[in-house]
Design a protein around this ligand. Structure first.
Ligand code: APR
Length: 259
């Protein structure tokens, strides 16, 4: 990979074309990036948590107490995701374009359980909070694709166990997925971008501090409004994701992240 770097200092600058990899980029996304695709956020005034209590549907205790209620909650969200009207928007597509065009690694870490990044063409992707289009079997541990309603009558496609499936999402009180890989990427990235997340839920809300440690990474927030941790970001742009994300990606591909 040819990547252009500038060597030198005060007045005497020399450019060199060297064979090396460009700095890597880590992008964290949240529910805000999928809002304009027709999916609900959680903490906006009309968000999911304004109508439903977390402790009723999104904890292991809720599932143990009332599995049918938890299944119904995720069944409704799975049906919404699979409705023909829900498609990736310009922000998802811009991130796929960045991954394809940037000469270094681009890793998208999403808190979203939808599949809109994949549908837009993103390949290097971690679903840290799981995926609603997968089922996990509590009997054999297998994770399988799952696109229909789930219930106590559902059967594991791997081991045939009855009524032992749960949606493959990370509930409150459970460990997010692939944290080692995420922290390794944050440690070495040159740019960290947070998109469409309110910064209320850890560990994701702490990624910006991890990326900043040692003053290595430039940090950017792209959101509809300032998040909980907005002051931790060196650069901030506010507006709908379908507008601010493509504009930011075009700039990065044109000139990198220098001001
Ligand atoms: N463009 C950009 N940002 C938007 C848009 C938009 N069109 N619409 C809303 N937002 C912003 C909101 O201003 C808010 O800051 O997206 C953010 C969404 O925040 P949350 O609803 O809290 O969603 P998120 O941060 O992804 O939640 C984190 O909490 O309950 C859980 O597990 C769930 O993964 C989720 C986690």
């Amino acid at each position: 990979m040819i990547y252009c770097i500038t060597i030198g200092g005060s007045g005497m600058l020399a450019s060199a074309m060297v064979r090396r990899t460009a700095p890597s980029i880590v992008i964290l996304t949240g529910a805000g990036i999928s809002k304009e695709s027709g999916l609900e956020t959680f903490r906006d005034p009309d968000g999911i948590w304004s109508r439903v209590r977390i402790e009723d549907v999104a904890t292991p205790e809720a599932f143990a107490r009332d599995p049918a209620l938890v299944h119904d909650f995720y069944n409704a969200r799975r049906r919404a995701l699979l409705s023909p009207a829900v498609r990736p928007n310009a922000a998802h597509r811009a991130l796929a374009r960045l991954e394809a065009a940037w000469p270094g690694e681009v890793l998208v870490v999403t808190q979203n359980i939808d599949d809109l990044h994949e549908r837009a063409g993103t390949r290097n992707l971690i679903h840290m909070h799981g995926e609603i289009l997968k089922a996990r079997c509590l009997a054999c541990g297998a994770v399988s694709p799952w696109r229909t309603d789930m219930s106590l009558a559902s059967v594991c496609p791997e081991c045939d166990a009855l009524g032992r499936l749960r949606v493959h999402v990370v509930w409150f009180g459970e460990m997010p997925l692939e944290m080692e890989r995420i922290f390794a990427a944050l440690e070495t990235c040159g740019l960290f971008v947070s998109i469409g997340t309110s910064g209320n839920v850890y560990p994701a809300a702490g990624f910006v501090e991890e990326a900043r440690r040692g003053g290595r990474a430039h940090t950017v927030e792209l959101n509809l409004e300032p998040s909980q941790g907005h002051s931790l970001f060196a650069e901030r742009h506010y507006g709908p994701a379908s507008r601010v994300v493509p504009a930011f990606v075009e700039r990065i591909l044109r000139q990198g992240w220098q001001a």
